[in-house]
Design a binder for this molecule. Structure first.
Ligand code: GLA
Length: 391
């Protein structure tokens, strides 16, 4: 497996280096930044709760070199698009270049960056699939620049720059999970991150007989930006109501389900359901980690189904396509858990499937989905890999 991975890296690396030197007439520094999965703990990061992501074997590659023109020249293979942006007055733009512009904008607040950059992007992290392609783009780029200019920024500092970029250059008030995971991933391990203290521990995902299988609904979450920000506001509204009764509470994590229920009448309906979901989800994560370390994947999988139910009915960030896939997955042989992953409104369903049933699962679920929705889902059988690297 490692051998195949190395081979993939080296052929991708060779192609990109060749293309970069043809396009820009010089050598490049190359970084590879992975997408991520999240086993449990959805929408908990911006509520100062816990998350449990892992970096995966799909990556965004960034080749970068300096130029002396104070211009950002970009080429992305995926879009076959050549673009240039002046760097003296950086503003958000439509589409993917905004992420790179945002990174430069916020990096310039921390370090000295003079002159321009030539950048070539390639990769296979599906966009809009809940696998953090934008965090991989931002953090891979930031990591590459940090190396190129020898700034000595920490991974945590780069993660925060990536998060600010999402907030101000893409308009999504996201938490820190994605950027953190892309930068800190470790092969064979999940990261249990406390999004309040930013303390984390690596938890082995050591189940050789099981695979993490992603089924992409191919529904791109266009609603996700606005709805995501609304969920965040609703959680904040819940906190401010609860603070009237418990002034020392700072986030939903500080309240129990019982406390919330006691003041149910003070809290408007959608807000109440959002808050209940977050409190339960955080508890599920803490309990779920105990199951994982005790080797009880079955119990952990049951929690994944519960998470999906909450995402669908309480947090209301699912969609008919995601609900369909989780429901079908539930009754298939070898499946221990399934749920929608990431920001919501489509994207990927994460399934844990017994290895000897994976092939059957992949073809059956794809057939059922295609019959129902008239489009074929992509299926990715993933491995938990290291975070960002310089090649
Ligand atoms: C998106 C955001 C993350 C997180 C998830 C939901 O991926 O970028 O910060 O909130 O949604 O868990």
């Amino acid at each position: 497996m490692q051998c195949r991975e190395n081979h993939y890296f080296s052929s991708m690396e060779k192609n990109l280096r060749r293309q970069f030197s043809q396009q820009f007439g010089k050598e490049a520094l190359l970084a590879a930044a992975p997408g991520r999965v999240n086993l449990i703990g959805e929408h908990t990061d911006y509520n100062e709760g816990f998350v449990l992501p892992g970096a995966v074997d799909k990556r965004i590659y960034t080749a970068v070199s300096r130029n002396d023109k104070n211009v950002l020249n970009l080429y992305a293979n995926q879009y076959a698009q050549q673009l240039s942006f002046p760097l003296d007055d950086i503003q958000p733009v439509d589409g993917w270049p905004t992420y790179l512009l945002g990174m430069i904008f916020f990096l310039k607040k921390l370090v000295h960056l003079e002159g321009g950059l030539d950048v070539l992007i390639d990769g296979d992290v599906p966009v809009g699939a809940g696998m953090s392609s934008s965090a991989a783009l931002c953090c891979g780029f930031g990591f590459a620049l940090n190396e190129l200019f020898d700034w000595g920024l920490t991974k945590m500092e780069l993660a925060v720059v990536g998060q600010k970029t999402e907030h101000l250059f893409a308009g999504v008030q996201c938490g820190i999970m994605d950027q953190f995971a892309v930068l800190h991933g470790k092969a064979g391990h999940l990261m249990k991150l406390d999004c309040r203290s930013m303390a984390y521990e690596y938890i082995p995902f050591d189940f050789p007989d099981y695979k993490i299988v992603l089924v992409n609904t191919m529904v791109s979450h266009s609603l996700a930006g606005t709805e995501y920000n609304i969920r965040r506001q609703q959680c904040e509204e819940g906190v401010s109501i609860m603070q009237k009764h418990f002034p020392s509470g700072h986030s939903l994590r500080d309240f129990s389900q019982e406390q919330l229920m006691k003041y149910k009448n003070d809290i408007p309906d959608p807000v109440y359901r959002r808050c209940i979901f977050i409190i339960n989800e955080n508890d599920r994560l803490l309990e779920g980690c105990k199951f994982l370390t005790a080797g009880d994947l079955q119990k952990f999988g049951e929690f994944m189904f519960l998470t999906h139910e909450g995402l669908s009915r309480l947090y209301e960030v699912s969609c008919p396509e995601s609900d369909f896939l989780v429901e079908k997955s539930r009754s298939m042989p070898g499946v221990v858990g399934a749920r929608q992953m990431g920001g919501g409104f489509g994207g990927c369903i994460i399934n844990i499937v017994k290895e000897d049933k994976v092939e059957n699962f992949a073809s059956q679920i794809a057939d059922l989905y295609e019959r129902r929705f008239d489009k074929r889902p992509e299926v990715y059988i993933t491995r938990i890999e290291d975070g960002v690297k310089i090649l």
